[in-house]
Design a protein around this ligand. Structure first.
Ligand SMILES: [Zn+2]
Ligand SMILES: [Zn+2]
Length: 348
């Protein structure tokens, strides 16, 4: 089968590999019907994910059909359409039992697929702990609708869940990339009084204005004063930092009102400064990533009810045999790309 493979730093190649087989009674084999490219894949390509294992198939956002299950898998069966969770978790350890699945203590726990074990930019993928890692897709939900459930939408949903948003709140979201937009969709479900998005890219600003006209938009240079002028208590009640740029951590806490919650979803390339003397008296609560991706069933139900729709994020589509061209576009932000759907190979 075709597999996009992390050969070494800077180098992904589409190679022929053996179809995966069951390695544990809790595994499932899934035929990938749609996958996507994530910024984290680029981080692997550029060598900034030290745990990534050369030789593995990349890709951790995908949906598919169950082909085979191990003898201990109970929640999905052959032929089921499923969303695959980016996180691998056992469901049994202390952290899993408390919903902190990102911290699963199993050696395979956490982000393994497409990083430490073979992922889904391929025709088939082996999913460990299939009872936890796979969620059945409701019949009326398409692959395009379900594509982001296991990764960026799970992240947005988790971020909104832990941010304790109320109907009186002004919520500021910094960064309107794919994950920022997913966070926005999940924040809107909580019906806060106001939502402000801070973004500098004109195409992303236009996307927000077109699709979510009720959302206020500001740019980084004017963000602090804009938020002060558009909130009730001198700053945002909740801030979500999804950008991960050089100055956006500082911007996040500067825009927060005293006693606000600042949820840091972003993954930074560098250490961030926590200038406590400057913050003293602001009494902020910081919540940090990564995602606990254990709400996929609820997310799929919300999609089924028409309450979440991420399909506008899919701006491009390529078959797996042309995935290298898709990476060109995604990596270089060409042609207004937001997300790319990768479909099974055609005629190779
Ligand atoms: Zn991802
Ligand atoms: Zn666990």
């Amino acid at each position: 089968m075709l597999s996009l493979t992390y050969v070494n730093q800077g180098n992904f190649q589409l190679l022929e590999k053996e179809k995966p087989t069951l390695q544990s009674p809790r595994d499932a084999i899934v035929r990938v019907t749609m996958s996507s490219i994530c910024t984290s894949d680029l981080h692997i390509k550029h060598g900034s994910v030290p745990r990534a294992v050369p030789g593995i198939t990349v890709g951790h956002e995908m949906v598919g059909v169950v082909e085979q299950v191990g003898s201990q898998v109970t929640t999905v069966g052959v032929g089921d359409r499923v969303a695959v969770n980016v996180e691998t978790f056992c469901g049994d350890c202390f952290f899993c039992k408390h919903g902190f699945v990102n911290n699963c203590t199993d050696p395979n726990g956490g982000w393994a697929l497409g990083c430490r074990i073979d992922g889904g930019q391929a025709e088939f993928v082996r999913v460990p702990f299939a009872d936890q890692g796979l969620t059945k897709i409701p019949q009326t939900v398409s692959d395009r609708q379900a594509l982001f459930v296991g990764d960026i939408l799970a992240t947005g949903f988790w971020a909104a869940r832990i941010s304790e948003i109320t109907s009186d709140d002004t919520v500021l979201i910094i960064g309107a990339g794919p994950t920022g937009i997913c966070a926005l969709l999940c924040v809107m479900l909580k019906k806060p009084k106001r939502v402000i998005v801070c973004e500098k890219d004109p195409a992303r600003i236009a996307f927000i204005k077109e699709h979510y006209p009720d959302v206020l938009v500001t740019e980084p240079e004017t963000c602090v004063s804009f938020v002060q002028n558009h909130s009730d208590h001198g700053g945002a009640d909740v801030v979500m930092e999804v950008a991960g740029a050089k100055s956006t951590f500082r911007l996040a806490w500067e825009c927060a009102r005293p006693n606000a919650i600042v949820t840091v979803v972003a993954l930074y390339d560098e250490a961030q400064n926590l200038p406590l003397p400057e913050m003293y008296g602001k009494n902020l609560t910081f919540k940090t990533g990564g995602v606990d991706g254990c709400d996929c069933k609820e997310i799929l139900s919300l999609i089924e009810q028409g309450k979440i729709d991420t399909t506008p994020l899919i701006t491009h589509s390529f078959p797996l045999n042309e995935i290298e061209e898709a990476y060109q576009i995604f990596e270089n932000h060409l042609d207004g790309v937001i997300k790319i759907a990768i479909t099974p190979p055609e005629e190779h």
